[in-house]
Ligand binder design. Structure first.
Ligand code: DAH
Length: 364
């Protein structure tokens, strides 16, 4: 490198300034920086040339070159900041979402049949004056069994295929995944003064799996407690629910004597149906379909809930939500409910915007 006259530096400075101004984004600007200040850049090359100069020359040229290097570095930084700001503004402008736009009809997300039926049930019982209640999925032995008049060694425990947790260190007590929603009866009585009128939909768990059983499933518990509630109220409530849910005016129902430890007397409820041509029709025909277990709440259960069974009485029932979803919407295999298969969800899912209400129709 020969000497570096001032005019040469001025030309170089102008050239670099033009390149900086012309750089349209940060990547282009980086190319300009490397060409000027990089190891083999134009300014770096001139700085290296200082070594071959006489001391006086070197002093003057060195100062001028250092100045140029600092000016260029500053100009690069200013441009970089400006480019970054412009890029951010462009991004913010292009990524704005107009929240007032209507939803995109080509999107096909759907509401799961269990959610749909859950909402339908709530709409129906809400209209009848019931409140919603809930309880934990992990229960103590007491709430899941003992308080429901199912003592240790009771055969009903075997029927429940219970998932048990390991006992806590230093304790014999094993928590369970609740096998039914009936523990919510106890929890509700403990913290509600009668009259009580609740439904409790929720997840339940049993170690069982086939076409009509999954280890996790959904139940709906209903509980009505006051001083005068009797079997007739149970019957009327179930009948009103089933007619509204299955959207039929005529309904044959039968109450079959049964046994549950937490009710006395206990009944299973069947509804009249027909399976003609492989298609299920509710409300016609000579076949029967079991839809729920029910009864008058056992005095021991009322006592376990902290209420006086000589003063209070009432009814309860428990129903499989998945099961009545399968019946109402003709879904053959329960396991498919929880496989998250997109084709299945598209086929059986419901419109996200059609909330079931009694006024507008349950299942549009
Ligand atoms: N908890 C019972 C079950 O899971 C269902 C049931 C039957 C609930 C009778 C009730 C009832 O409230 O009265 O099999």
């Amino acid at each position: 490198m020969q000497d570096t006259p001032a005019s040469d530096l001025a030309a170089l400075k102008a050239e670099i300034a033009d390149a900086i101004a012309a750089a349209e984004d940060e990547r282009a600007l980086e190319v300009v920086r490397v060409a000027a200040l990089g190891k083999k850049g134009s300014i770096s090359a001139r700085l290296k040339g200082l070594g071959a100069m006489s001391p006086e020359e070197r002093k003057a040229a060195g100062q001028a070159l250092n100045q140029l290097r600092d000016d260029v570095a500053e100009a690069l930084e200013a441009r970089r900041t400006a480019l970054a700001e412009t890029a951010l503004e462009a991004r913010l402008a292009s990524e704005t979402v107009d929240v007032t736009l209507p939803v995109r009809p080509e999107r096909t997300g759907t509401v799961h049949p269990v959610t749909q039926v859950w909402q339908e049930i709530i709409a129906i019982f809400g209209d009848m004056g019931f409140s919603l209640a809930e309880g934990p999925h992990i229960e103590s032995d007491w709430y899941n069994f003992g308080a429901l008049n199912i003592p240790p060694e009771h055969p009903a425990r075997q029927e429940h295929d219970t998932f048990y947790f390991n006992p806590r260190p230093g304790s014999d007590e094993r928590l369970v995944l609740r096998t039914h929603t009936s523990p919510v009866q106890i929890r509700t009585m403990e913290n509600t003064k009668p009259p009580i009128r609740i439904v409790a939909p929720g997840r339940t768990f049993r170690s069982d799996s086939d076409q009509t059983h999954t280890p996790m499933f959904h139940q709906l518990e209903a509980l009505v407690i006051d001083e005068t509630t009797h079997l007739g109220h149970l019957k009327g409530t179930v009948e009103a629910f089933v007619k509204t849910f299955f959207e039929v005016d005529d309904l044959k129902m039968r109450f079959r004597p049964s046994h549950f430890p937490f009710t006395e007397p206990s009944m299973e409820v069947d509804i009249g149906c027909s399976w003609e041509g492989g298609e299920l029709k509710i409300g016609v025909g000579d076949d029967w379909l079991e839809i729920l277990g029910s009864g008058m709440v056992h005095p021991n259960v009322i006592r376990a809930g902290g209420l006086d069974p000589d003063r209070y009485q009432g009814f309860a029932f428990g129903m499989g939500i998945d099961r009545i979803a399968m019946l109402k919407y003709g879904i053959p295999d329960l396991r498919a409910f929880f496989e998250a298969d997109l084709r299945w969800l598209r086929h059986y899912g419901f419109s996200a915007l059609a909330m079931p209400t009694l006024a507008e129709g349950l299942s549009l």
